[in-house]
Design a protein around this ligand. Sequence first.
Ligand code: ADP
Ligand code: MG
Ligand code: MG
Length: 904
Amino acid sequence: MAVKRVYTFGNGEAEGKADMKNLLGGKGANLAEMNLIGVPVPPGFTITTDVCSEYNDLGRDKVLELLKSEIEESITKIEKLTQTNFGDKNNPLLVSVRSGARASMPGMMDTVLNLGLNEDSVAGIAKKSGNERFAWDSYRRFVQMYGDVVLGMKPVSKEEIDPFEKIMEDVKLEKGVDLDTDLDVNDLKELVVLFKEAVKEQTGQGFPESAWEQLWGAILAVFDSWNNDRAILYRRMEGIPDEWGTAVNVQAMVYGNMGDDSATGVAFTRDAGTGENMFNGEYLINAQGEDVVAGIRTPQQITKEGSIRWARLQDILEEDRVMMYPSLEEAMPEVFEELNAVQKKLEMHYKDMQDLEFTVQDKKLWLLQTRNGKRTGAAMVKIAMDLYREGIIDDKLALMRVEANKLDELLHPVFDMKAIGSANELAKGLPASPGAASGQIIFFADEANKYENTILVRIETSPEDLEGMLIAKGILTARGGMTSHAAVVARGMGKCCVSGAGALKIDYKERTLRIGSDIYREGDWISLNGSSGKVYAGQVKTRMPDLDGDFASIMDFASKYTRMSVRTNADTPKDAKVARGFGAEGIGLCRTEHMFFEGERIKTVREMILSSDEEGRRNALAKLLPYQKSDFEGILEAMQGFGVTIRLLDPPLHEFVPHTEAAQQEMAKEMGISLAEVKTKVSDLSEFNPMLGHRGCRLGNTYPEITEMQARAIVEAAIALKKRGVITKPEIMVPLIGTVEEFKMQSDIINKTAKTVFEETGDTIEYMVGTMIEIPRAALTADKVAEFAEFFSFGTNDLTQMTFGYSRDDANKFLPIYIEKGILKNDPFQVLDQTGVGQLVEMGTKKGRSAKPGLKVGICGEHGGEPSSVGFCNSVGMDYVSCSPYRVPIARVAAAQAHILSED
Ligand code: ADP
Ligand code: MG
Ligand code: MG
């Protein structure tokens, strides 16, 4: 059978339907569907997204040949339904040529209206409609859009506006009118002449008169618009694949610009900001296409209620409102009735909030588009739950309606939308940790208390900055990616962070921050939007989001349908409690090194590092033991009996010594040794490649006394808790193993230590010893490792680093470019690379369980809170995922959704 490239719709019939979005694009599929359910839609046809790929592969001539007969037949169909003729001068068919991809990309690609007009047919239309002004208004719009979209008219410089708009402004000025509707026929005729001259001047081309030439030009231009800069950028942001391509919709025109009984508008079946169940939208009388969105005139509200609310915000008196800005409900009551019925019908049909485009021609309503409306996180949750309560969807579907990532918006303080509109944007970085923060600039973590609200501004942060980060309201770094220290820690804290803002020039000495030619000093106010990565000057008002009952209900649905459980990565009882509040069931990663930094402990740690022999180290470790023990007691207790995975010391030791001369001096003084001695030790510890150096279990295997101390602290903490009636089962995790021997040696030390403590205390507890799988070799030999290990936790941050061979700390230099060039689809440190790294995860899990059936397997990398990665973890049969506290709700929803999808 021949390939079908064109699908027609019209007069209540359609060759496509709603579930053919992949082939017809969202717009085309829904135009077909609206026909099928009796909503008035002008007739037309859709050229499939496959043709877009053919066009890219085969070139224009071949594609024109392939499409020719189908398009000619489809145009004939529209001609019959509308009783007009394409290209005819007395009774011409005019069409719109519209883009429309699978996923909605509002305004990113191009559309041409009123196609088919030329010097002759404009007269025909004028005569037929008896409305010369309308005819010429349509023509000038067509010349403008066709010039922009097909002929490539552009502003002459980046400071200039669209050349047509400029001409329009000049003509309005010359005629002394404010609004486009005030221009008369002669003005419009003059505009057309000027527009065409401008085209000739800029492009050297004459304006095509033939309707068919216009049509083919527009179709190809819409395909081309798939690859315009805006569209490419939008796809990057939204993760839409480049291969999808756009469909092209050709549709008979209906005219909202025929006079005062005509109009065009956009509407939402519910409020997209708050979710409130309130039909709302805007329209303009005697207007066409994007006029409403473009803000050519002040748009009017669709419902009377909306109009009254709007007028109140604008301080417009009720009499003036009714006179100047009546709602559609008041101005055209019958049309409103019909529109209201249609919006209800569409929402019931799609069972979701709809975003509609409509046009009224001489009091007759036409729908031009419907799609599931974009909405805020808050609106998303409320709408899903309202639809559930209204009995329109069940609990499973309500849960599926939640876009897990968007839940994040609900968990952090947010900027007041109004305030942000008028704020002065200084720079843009990565949206490393969502939320909003305003504060005074400080450059040093230990000065985080200098003002009441501070923003810590650093080139990058280090573990030493932890405390300051905790105090600051937000963190801004010039370097570092989404898994940089600052980003990971900030997310863990639920603290707003913008990382990698490359435009920042930070001078620690001068205590200044330079952005372009502007200089900001310590104490100056700035504001960060961690959800967009934007940095603003001054103070922008924030507010706390509301976590009302709807949020909790969605979480209950998640618990009902999930197979995996969700744990959290937490190093302190405080974090553990936050995560419990969000429904975390246990800790998947408790990093013990953070405990080494607080207060006096760092001194003891340094004493251990400086020791030249085992005895010296043991003495220092003995001083650390009580601290660690009480840390573990706190954290085990906070998790109330849920599993807690504690990782033994992991980072290279050089992270615990100071690197500035001043701090080294201070350390020398504190420890009663010479500066030279400190310097020697620091340089001894420095490595060419610390991430592949002396760290992880390599520390515990070369200094077994460290493992001994930590194991003792854990077991003693659990026994102390048991005495208080709190039963826990710590899971002791050995980091960074590559061979089973590395693991065995550590696990022997742990077991021996536990035995000793049991004998000393005359009491026992249950515990497990397992390992992190984060070196490819560990995954490859997982069956060997599992003979001894009691659980696996995939450390996908390191596993990604080592599988790709990308240093996490340096990847920011090339990853953004790789993504821009399409070498990588995503940042693999954010979205688990299922094809590569995922193989190791899957193989590791399978091999592990082949040696030890029922082996407990989880993930504790940053990926454990990223929805698509969580889905992957579900598919390989993991028992749990673990993520930072503020991502727990996201992971819970993603886990439940993955399970629901796997059962369908
Ligand atoms: P986008 O995807 O950017 O929204 P559209 O293809 O939806 O672009 O078209 C832009 C505008 O033109 C919309 O307001 C739409 O309602 C209007 N429009 C498109 N086709 C027609 C048509 N056949 N008759 C009247 N208006 C149309
Ligand atoms: Mg549209
Ligand atoms: Mg690691």
